[in-house]
Design a protein around this ligand. Structure first.
Ligand code: AMP
Length: 194
């Protein structure tokens, strides 16, 4: 099963993708996680990406496409994967098409988590508070100001990705404003047909 998760930052893509991993045993390919790991490890990609990520902007297509291309070559992706946070631009979506076509593969479904953007900043403040209370590290880019920049980047560069897949009839909309378990249930129902 090859799935893409679309939706703005804070929509719950990471949370829901982790649940699909647990249930279906396919890996979650989160470009955000991969980039954060590169930053933490101080790799050349991490060094390049850090300032952009800290400001809530988008890392270059070239870098991100490169890390996804490498990652989907790994053995655990043979059964499928869930892309979380990629593609985020039309160029990335087109590059993904080329990558998959060169392997004779295609996407099974594109899930779009629909949320009310005016509620997202509040959600993200809560996520940061909960992480802090649990003694977990708080994402630097979950600061309300940086988060607003991330939302702007989404509306400017990423919102066009949904129509790209919708034109092929591949998008299934999920109401992401429901409680977490209800969102999971809606996703499982959507995946039943695949
Ligand atoms: P995320 O964890 O998906 O919210 O991503 C965190 C940050 O990583 C984003 O705000 C971007 O700076 C960067 N990033 C993650 N995925 C991508 C992508 N596909 N294209 C460009 N930048 C990305």
């Amino acid at each position: 099963m090859r799935i893409i998760f679309l939706g703005p930052p804070g929509a719950g893509k990471g949370t829901q993708a982790a649940r699909i991993v647990a249930k279906h045993g396919i890996p979650q390919l989160s470009t955000g996680d991969m980039l954060r790991a590169a930053v933490a490890a101080g790799t050349p990609i991490g060094v390049k990406a850090k300032a952009v990520m800290d400001a809530g902007g988008l890392v270059s297509d070239e870098i991100v496409i490169g890390i996804v291309a490498e990652r989907i070559e790994e053995a655990d992706c043979k059964k499928g994967f869930i892309l979380d946070g990629f593609p985020r631009t039309l160029a990335q979506a087109e590059a993904l098409d080329v990558m998959l076509a060169s392997k004779g593969l295609s996407l099974d479904t594109v899930l779009e988590l629909k949320v009310d953007q005016s509620k997202l900043v509040g959600r993200i403040v809560k996520r940061a508070e909960e992480a802090r209370a649990a003694g977990q590290p708080v994402r630097k880019d979950d600061d309300p100001e940086v988060f607003t920049a991330r939302l702007d980047a989404y509306n400017r560069d990423t919102a066009v990705v949904t129509p790209y897949y919708a034109a092929r009839g591949q998008v299934i909309e999920i109401d992401g404003m429901q409680p977490i378990d209800a969102v999971t249930a809606a996703i499982e129902t959507a995946l039943l047909g695949h």
